[in-house]
Design a protein. Structure first.
Length: 246
């Protein structure tokens, strides 16, 4: 680590070109994440793009990354995951962030199958591979509208969105929660494939993949389909920070 407190890059939800008003172009960060990171003695750093491109210099400041949820995966942000993969930096993906990690893992598997040189992978190549995957064998699948996974919460009430998951032993998630935990479900899409880089480590009672972790021992990547940031007593993010600083 560069200092006593790890710097955690938070990938934003990007709202651009939605209206003719340029002042409506903005980044969004959910406050829960910065609260959890400060409480864990880490420094949150929002990742802002440079003319809609990933600036590699800001990534160098980050010891690890959090990819939060949202409703649209920005394809250009796979470059951040690629940086984290190349430099063995920890990643925590939450909800849509876990889904993005699964897509990246499947794309990485395809890159290795094609024996492409990592140093020559361009943003356009990532996009081409992504679109080929979507057409031939999608990684994500929409859940039924009436599923319990698509929960809603308010500032004062979240119990109605809590449902149990079963966690595989000998996983990092198991060291935090044990074999089973009630977690916050707020998603309408599930991951059907995890690729070469990730493996499922938790499932809901209806067999939806609820968490994944890296298949490589020197890569501390964790993705969760649920929302640990929103529960006051949830210690996942705190324990994740502790592990990456050891």
């Amino acid at each position: 680590m560069k200092q006593n407190k790890p710097v955690i890059g938070i990938i934003p939800y990007i709202r651009w070109d939605e209206t003719e008003n340029p002042y409506k172009d903005r980044y969004e960060f959910v406050n829960f994440f910065s609260q959890k990171l400060y409480a864990a003695n880490a420094i949150p750093l929002g990742i802002l793009l440079d003319d809609k491109k990933v600036n590699k210099d800001i990534l160098k400041f980050c010891d690890a990354f959090i990819y939060p949820g949202g409703n649209k995966i920005e394809k250009k942000l796979y470059e951040i995951l690629f940086h984290a993969y190349l430099y063995k930096k920890p990643v925590l993906g939450v909800c849509m962030g876990m889904q993005a990690m699964c897509i990246f893992s499947v794309m990485l598997e395809e890159i290795k199958k094609r024996k492409l040189d990592y140093s020559h992978i361009t943003s356009q190549m990532w996009l081409d591979i992504y679109h080929e995957m979507i057409e031939s064998n999608p990684t994500l699948s929409k859940l039924p509208d009436d599923t319990f996974h698509n929960g809603e919460i308010s500032r004062t009430s979240y119990e109605q969105a809590l449902y149990p998951i079963n966690i595989i032993p000998e996983s990092f998630l198991n060291t935090v929660y044990g074999n089973q935990a009630k977690v916050l479900h707020m998603h309408s899409v599930e991951a059907k494939r995890t690729g070469m880089l990730l493996k499922p480590i938790a499932y809901s009672e209806d067999h939806v993949i609820e968490a994944v972790e890296s298949t490589e021992n020197d890569l501390f990547w964790l993705g969760v389909q649920f929302h640990p940031e929103a529960l006051p007593d949830d210690t996942l993010i705190t324990n994740w920070v502790k592990k990456l600083t050891k």
